[in-house]
Design a protein around this ligand. Structure first.
Ligand SMILES: Cc1cc2nc3c(=O)[nH]c(=O)nc-3n(C[C@H](O)[C@H](O)[C@H](O)COP(=O)(O)O)c2cc1C
Length: 429
């Protein structure tokens, strides 16, 4: 299916009834089997009057519009759990736009009524095949109402959105990794996607989000931290440009308790207009061990997880992945907590107050250069000083210090890293 380039979605403005009406009438006139009797035609004309459309905007109806280079190419009108109109410009028919409009309408309909189990539509004869293809099932017999013949269809919200497949041919894969676990998973996924013919550009998930490649899907990979993820990761997600239907997937790594933190990430991305394809939290070794590392156990764990990462990449392409909505209430609470300094201050103060051992430190400055939050500066003599108010405890400085000079003062510790520093810095994609 050819991709529509430069597609943008907007909410209808109160003044756009004229444009919407013209699109709807043109699309209906060219659609086969629109089921109108003369009486139906008159009812349709009344329903699609520019003013009538604009007025419904103030009566609980919602309109989402699809544009290509300033030209209106599609629209969907919903009220509660009902799709009342969905039309696509004839030149953009059979290009997947209708199904994208349905996919975008689903969360809105679902949000309008949390106990709703279905979304409903009365489909005219020419479009019943389309609705069946996107997952609707017939829920009654074809009937005439106000001169229009239509068949009732419904879409089960539990199986919805219909599992999306990653369709983009290229991926901007943004990765943040403190000690290499997440990078290993992301590289394994990138390799699997490339073997399937996709172009994967692995990029740093640090600072603010840079411009995205034109038609690429977005991949996000980062560690779970304090049952959420690091402030630097949240900042990056906040800075992402509007999604405009762009596909997105997520891979996180954790040491055992991910707390379905992918739910709030999904919420943030949906809000920005991205199309979530799938998210998975992978189990990897814990990276804040202050004890002898269980090397064999860790190696077995990593091997199993990397196999799961390969399968996950293929499942993204096969439309078999899901993206959890999180744990009701708790996910939102943890998300909000992660936006404050509290978890990070607690972690730094009570679990892992990092300092450099001057006996071991060779003043190479790697820790300062690698710190994602610029929490480490070098003092006059070249020893690192850590600003506890900026540190997010990602353990990168600890894991990759060439002399093992960073750690919790006075405690025996063995720094964790999933790979050598050279491997960590290897350029990808
Ligand atoms: C500050 C901090 C907080 C963490 N919080 C969690 C957590 O809430 N749940 C969990 O399962 N693992 C947690 N972990 C473990 C990491 O998520 C896990 O080891 C991850 O794979 C590290 O990835 P990386 O090597 O790419 O940084 C935490 C690690 C750190 C350093």
């Amino acid at each position: 299916m050819p991709e529509i380039q430069n597609l943008k979605f907007t909410k209808m403005l109160p003044t756009q009834g004229l444009e919407v009406s013209a699109l709807v009438r043109r699309a209906a006139d060219t659609s086969e089997g629109n089921g109108f009797t003369p009486q139906g035609r008159a009812a349709f004309e009344r329903y699609t009057e520019p003013l009538a459309i604009e007025q419904r905007g103030g009566m609980g109806y919602e309109h989402e519009l699809a544009w290509v280079s300033g030209v209106l190419v599609g629209m969907v009108e919903t009220k509660g759990c009902r799709i009342s109109m969905l039309y696509v410009h004839p030149e953009y028919a059979n290009k997947g736009l209708g199904s994208r409009l349905v996919t975008r309408a689903v969360p809105r309909c679902a949000a309008s009524n949390s106990s709703a189990k279905h979304i409903f539509i009365h489909a005219m004869d020419g479009v019943t095949g389309f609705y069946e293809r996107v997952g609707f099932v017939r829920s009654g017999t074809r009937k005439e109402s106000a001169g229009i013949f239509a068949t009732p269809y419904k879409l089960a919200l539990s199986s919805n959105p219909p599992r999306a497949k990653l369709r983009s041919a290229s991926v901007d894969f943004f990765v943040f990794s403190g000690t290499g676990n997440t990078l290993l998973v992301a590289r394994t996924m990138a390799e699997a996607l490339e073997q399937e013919g996709l172009t994967v550009r692995t990029r740093d998930l640090e600072g603010l989000c840079p411009a995205l490649s034109e038609v690429a899907a977005v991949g996000l990979a980062f560690p779970v931290a304090c049952f959420s993820t690091y402030p630097s990761v949240w900042r990056f997600i906040d800075s992402m440009p509007p999604g405009e239907g762009r596909e997105v997937f997520m891979a996180a790594t954790c040491a055992g308790l991910g707390m379905r933190m992918q739910g709030p990430v999904r919420g943030a991305l949906l809000e920005k207009g991205y199309k979530p394809i799938g998210a998975k939290i992978f189990l990897m070794p814990g990276n804040y061990n202050k004890r002898t590392l269980p090397l064999e156990k860790n190696a077995a764990r990593v091997e199993q997880t990397l196999q799961e990462a390969r399968f996950f990449a293929l499942d993204l392409l096969g439309g078999k992945t899901e993206w959890s909505k999180g744990i009701p209430k708790l996910s939102q609470l943890l998300y909000r907590l992660a936006q404050t300094r509290q978890p990070w201050d607690f972690f730094y103060k009570y679990i892992c107050p990092i300092a450099a051992d001057p006996e071991k430190c060779v003043r190479c400055g790697r820790c300062a250069g690698e710190c994602p939050t610029k929490a480490i500066t070098l003092m006059e003599e070249g020893y690192p000083a850590i600003d506890a108010a900026l540190c997010q405890s990602c353990q990168r400085c600890v894991g990759f210090c060439p002399r093992g000079a960073l750690g919790v003062p006075g405690k025996f510790f063995e720094p964790y890293r999933a790979m050598s520093y050279e491997e960590f810095k290897r350029a990808d994609g």
